[in-house]
Design a protein around this ligand. Structure first.
Ligand code: UDP
Ligand code: MG
Length: 328
């Protein structure tokens, strides 16, 4: 079991370990410079480690790319991957994962909501032998009450019906060992829910608590509709229970209908045929029509995902790479 042993290059005695920090950027021109500068400054807090900052420009429509290019020109450890358009955060992180050559990979947001000061501690724990360290936000007080309520429900439902466990408050901010990164690179699915994939590849990461900072500039691109779709993606990627549920709903309804029918027949035998019940009939037709449509809708969610997956399109396309780590 080679994977259980700690690779030599984690410690500072052997060859210096290389830490790849993957940062997705979408319209972050006001944050990009500060974020990258903060990450470059880590070199001083984690002596004995080399850093590679992989900045993924996810089709930004503002000046993000110019800022990143500028940083890459003056610092060869800043890698810039420019995607041809906006593919979404999950795809941008996948691009960073594919290009990273480090002994450990750190994923962090480019809007300075995740404190880079946590990274040296993550590295220390990794050097101590942990394969992955996930940051867990202490509170959700930057979110609205409704959002918090909905997220709590999402975690409860998702954990109950799928075979991976998502921890509330644990997002994409984390460190993973190269071996986990290699496992993740083997996954062929192109629609990725990274939080789930991390949990799938390593079910119990060490947790490190932190306080999320407010966004330093710009606005979040995860509005209500996007978050809802993200939640659907999370559930349908890891569970087929929503599909199977309909068999049981159907069985329950048959039992209910059967009981009702016997009751009507018995009543007719005892008291003769009366013919009220138009409203009952109408509501039943509408209700069951609705239930069937929901069933078909759930089926459609999965069929749509199968359709997208069988095309085997790559999750992202790269236009250009600056300081490509794979060339050196
Ligand atoms: N992001 C991205 N592509 C997108 C949306 C977001 O690369 O399509 C990046 C964004 O620049 C930021 C990170 O993903 O670095 C988190 O995004 P955001 O702050 O919008 O999400 P939130 O913090 O609200 O979850
Ligand atoms: Mg953010």
């Amino acid at each position: 079991m080679e994977r259980l042993s700690v690779p030599d290059n984690r410690t500072c005695d052997g060859p210096q370990p290389l830490i790849s920090v993957v940062v997705p950027f979408y319209n972050e021109e006001e944050n990009a410079r500060a974020a990258v500068t903060a990450l470059l400054a880590l070199q001083a807090d984690a002596p004995g480690c080399n850093f590679q900052i992989i900045c993924v420009n996810d089709g930004s429509r503002d000046g993000t790319l110019d800022v990143l290019r500028d940083l890459a020109l003056t610092n060869s450890s800043v890698v810039v991957l420019d995607l041809i358009r906006n593919f979404g955060k999950e795809a941008a992180m996948t691009a960073g994962l594919d290009f990273a050559t480090g002994d450990a990979l750190v994923f962090i947001d480019g809007d300075l909501q995740h404190p880079p000061s946590l990274i040296p501690e993550m590295i220390r724990r990794w050097q101590g032998g942990t394969r992955s360290v996930a940051a867990k936000r202490r509170t959700r007080n930057t979110d609205s009450y409704l959002y918090r309520l909905l997220t709590a429900y999402f975690y409860r439902v998702s954990n109950r019906i799928s075979d991976i466990t998502l921890i509330d408050g644990v997002g994409d901010f984390r460190l993973i060992d190269k071996t986990i990164a290699d496992d993740l690179r083997r996954l062929k699915e192109n629609r990725r829910f990274m939080k789930g994939l991390f949990a799938w590849a390593d079910p119990d990461p060490q947790l490190l608590e932190y306080d999320v900072s407010p966004r330093s500039a710009g606005s979040s691109s995860f509005n209500g509709w996007r978050s809802w779709n993200f939640a659907l993606e999370g559930i349908t990627s890891y569970s087929t229970i929503p599909l199977r549920l309909w068999t049981y709903v159907g069985l329950a309804l048959i039992a209910l209908g059967g009981t009702y029918a016997s009751w009507v027949v018995i009543q007719a035998l005892l008291y003769g045929v009366t013919a009220p019940g138009y409203v009952t009939l109408l509501s039943a037709v509408i209700l069951f029509g609705g239930i069937q449509l929901i069933g078909i809708g759930v089926l459609g969610e999965y069929v749509g995902r199968i359709y997208m997956e069988v095309k085997e399109r790559p999750p992202y396309l790269v236009r250009s790479v600056l300081n490509d780590p794979r060339n050196t």
